[in-house]
Every structure is written in structure tokens, then in C-alpha cells.
Design a protein around this ligand. Structure first.
Ligand SMILES: *Cc1c(COP(=O)(O)O)cnc(C)c1O
Length: 389
């Protein structure tokens, strides 16, 4: 079986993890502090806060802004379900907005109709690595006094207007509050793990407090003083910490970011050439405003979910670990009862998308087998061929 992804982790990561274990400091400690500073540097943000996952990062970001019951947060349904769940975790109500047809992301045009008196925030996902068009979204949120929270779980190393997703710079939109994932299905991994990067140092300090039970004293401070240092707990916090073992792996992974993204883009470009011209197939390309890291290589197959599922089934039977491309939360039982507007573009993406295997150590023969299998599966499921002659 050719897998959808193999994490690009090697001996150096194993050694770093072992070294963290041997140091005796396993939970959040000096490696977490180093990792979050290096992450911030890698995405050109002033502050980084390491957390246990992207889901907890999204939740903590909303909670730190006091978003709760009675508030609405506009989200894409077309995302991994955690984007929507994070809103529920703080007691607020998600409001689904549609994505664009050409890019699987929210835009200012799809978000604007959903802004109302209760709206507090917009979560924009840079889906499967495609940068969202942040400029108009930031302007829309600024005009309405809304928080723009970026779900960049998939987008480390993607760029918007010449700078990395997460970059904070004068006159450059986005980057104010960005959530990352280091699950093995993403571009960089720490096993499980997440982070927020941001511009605001005071908010970063507050997030670091909230991630460890809102404790007034952190572990490193307690270790640094000779005598008694009693903590207090002025409010309710969470345990959303990353461990030093994870951070040790993450520091090595950060050093591979450029190479991994370059390799993914090279493999994707080769898919683009090899799969060009297949009828009814739309291939992923960079949007006019930026570049994708191809966290997933997602193609669209015309003909609805029935045909897509037939193609996927044929690929899987042939040993190709392809996956449905992008899910839609509103089609899942957990969220199907939520009142919403029609989401035609979301449903088309959810029905027609397929993610093909793409990983750092992919061999030429594996790449060629995926290409041949996709062509064969498409030919076998052409609507014309299935009609009785
Ligand atoms: C994977 C993913 C998440 C969840 O990340 P975890 O680190 O597993 O919590 C959230 N949003 C998007 C868009 C994702 O792809």
C-alpha cells in the first residue's frame, strides 16, 4: 500500500526525543520554550505559544477573547471537524459560511452575509495548504470589530503575498492570531501537538498562563527559585501543554521545513504534468495571491460523490492510499441539525475531492503507480463507459 502520507521523521528526531527523555524533563520545559521561539521565527511572527494540538489552540484563542455562550463564530463547514468543534468547546455557536469554487477557503464575499449582531470572530482555514485571500478578510473583520483567527493546521510553509502564512509585518494582512497543528498528517509533526503564533506579547503571556491551569507561577519559575513559591489560580484554565519530548522532535522538524515544502511542491508539480488533460479532473494550482505547501494533493473529479467514491474504491483496492479530499462538518451527525444557509460550493468540494498520496520520501515508482492508477480508475468509472451500450 502506498500511504497518503509518511511523516518525514528520521534518526535525528529519534535522537532528540531520546535526549529529552534522558534529561529527565519530560513535560513542558526548556525545549518547549525553545520550540515556540523557533516556530515564531520560522513563520515570521513575534510570539509563539506551544500547545497540545491545533484543536486546543483554536479553543484557547477563542476563550482568551472571552468568546462564549450567545456569541457566534463564522467558520467553514469545509474543514476538518475540529475547526467547528473548537467553537462549541467555548460554548459559542458556529455559523457556517461557504467556500469559493476555485479555492477551498472562506473569502470576504462568502463571510460577509453571515455577519450579525452576535458575531465575534471568523475562523478562516488555509485548507489543505491553500492560502486564503487574507487581505479582504482582514479588512472585513476590522470593519466589523471581529477577531480573525487563522486555522493554519495545514499551512506551515505556504505563502500569502510573498510572505509565509503567520507572518506579521506592517501593511501585510493576517498573522495576528494563527493556529498550527503538528499531527503526523500535517507537513511537520511532533506526534500530537499544536501552537498559536501571534503579534501581541501580552496576549501570548495570557495564553501561556491559560494553557497551564491559569497557574500564576510556571514550572520553570518554580524550579528557578531556591525557596517556596506558592502558585495561585485566579481563574479557570486548561491543561493544553506540549511536552518537552514533542518539542525536541518539533525543533528538528522545523529545520526541515524548507526541504519538505520544496519536495512536496516538486512532487505536486510532477503530478500536475502527469495528470494534465484527464477529462473531468481539476488539479490543484497556486491561487493568484500565494503558494500552497501541498499539505494534501487534492484533485476534484466531476460526476458527484458516487463516481468519486468509485474512483477511491478502485484506488484503494489497487494499493493506493488515497482519501476523500476535504470533509464538510455540516454533513456529519454532530452538526447536521445546526440551522444554516445553503453551502453549494462546500458540498461540491466534499463530494468531488480526492487526496492522493504525497510524502517526502516518495519514490519515482510509487509516484508513477499513483498516476497510472488514477488514470485507470477514472477510465473505469467514466459515466459514458458505465452506460449500457
Ligand atoms: C488537522 C486539522 C485540525 C486539527 O488539528 P489537531 O492538531 O489534530 O487538533 C484543525 N483544523 C484543520 C484545518 C486541520 O486540518
Amino acid at each position: 500500500m502506498i500511504p497518503i502520507i509518511k511523516p518525514a521523521v528520521f534518526d535525528e528526531e529519534a535522537q532528540a526525543a531520546a535526549e529529552a527523555v534522558r534529561s529527565g524533563w519530560l513535560a513542558q520545559g526548556p525545549r518547549v520554550a525553545a520550540f515556540e521561539a523557533e516556530l515564531a521565527g520560522a513563520v515570521e511572527a513575534p510570539e509563539g505559544v506551544a500547545l497540545s494540538s491545533c484543536t486546543t489552540a483554536l479553543h484557547l484563542a477563542l476563550a482568551a477573547h472571552g468568546i462564549g455562550p450567545g456569541d457566534e463564530v463564522i467558520v467553514p463547514s469545509l474543514s476538518f471537524i475540529a475547526t467547528t468543534n473548537a467553537v462549541a468547546h467555548c460554548g459559542a455557536t458556529p455559523v457556517f459560511a461557504d467556500v469559493e469554487d476555485a479555492v477551498p477557503n472562506l473569502s470576504a464575499a462568502t463571510v460577509a452575509p453571515h455577519i450579525g449582531a452576535r458575531t465575534r470572530a471568523v475562523i478562516v482555514a488555509h485548507q489543505v495548504g491553500f492560502p486564503a485571500d487574507l487581505g479582504p478578510l482582514q479588512a472585513l473583520c476590522d470593519a466589523h470589530g471581529l477577531l480573525l483567527l487563522e486555522d493554519a493546521a495545514c499551512a506551515i510553509g505556504s505563502t500569502y503575498q510573498g510572505r509565509r502564512i503567520g507572518a506579521v509585518a506592517a501593511g501585510h494582512p493576517g498573522g495576528a492570531l494563527v493556529a498550527w497543528s503538528f499531527h503526523p498528517r500535517k507537513v511537520l509533526t511532533t506526534g500530537e501537538g499544536g501552537a498559536l503564533t501571534l503579534a501581541d506579547a501580552a496576549l501570548a503571556a495570557r495564553l501561556r498562563t491559560l494553557r497551564q491551569h491559569a497557574m500564576s507561577v510556571n514550572d520553570q519559575q518554580r524550579h528557578a527559585v531556591a525557596g517556596l513559591l506558592l502558585p495561585s489560580y485566579p481563574e479557570v484554565g486548561w491543561n493544553y501543554r506540549m511536552t518537552d519530548v514533542q518539542a525536541a522532535i518539533g525543533r528538528v522538524q522545523l529545520g526541515r521545513l524548507d526541504a519538505i515544502v520544496a519536495r512536496r511542491r516538486e512532487l505536486a508539480a510532477r503530478y500536475g504534468v502527469a495528470l494534465a488533460g484527464l477529462e473531468g479532473v481539476t488539479l490543484p494550482v497556486d491561487p493568484p495571491w500565494g503558494t500552497t505547501n501541498h499539505q494534501s494533493y487534492v484533485i476534484r473529479v466531476a460526476g458527484g460523490a458516487t463516481r468519486r467514491d468509485a474512483v477511491l474504491d478502485a484506488l484503494l483496492r489497487g494499493g493506493i492510499g488515497a482519501r476523500p479530499g476535504i470533509m464538510a462538518a455540516h454533513l456529519e451527525p454532530a452538526w447536521s441539525a445546526l440551522p444554516r444557509c445553503p453551502l453549494p460550493a462546500t458540498e461540491a468540494w466534499a463530494a468531488e475531492s480526492i487526496a492522493l498520496p504525497l510524502f517526502h520520501t516518495m519514490q519515482d515508482a510509487e509516484h508513477a503507480l499513483v498516476v497510472a492508477s488514477v488514470a485507470a480508475a477514472l477510465a473505469a468509472t467514466t459515466p459514458d463507459r458505465r452506460r449500457p451500450s
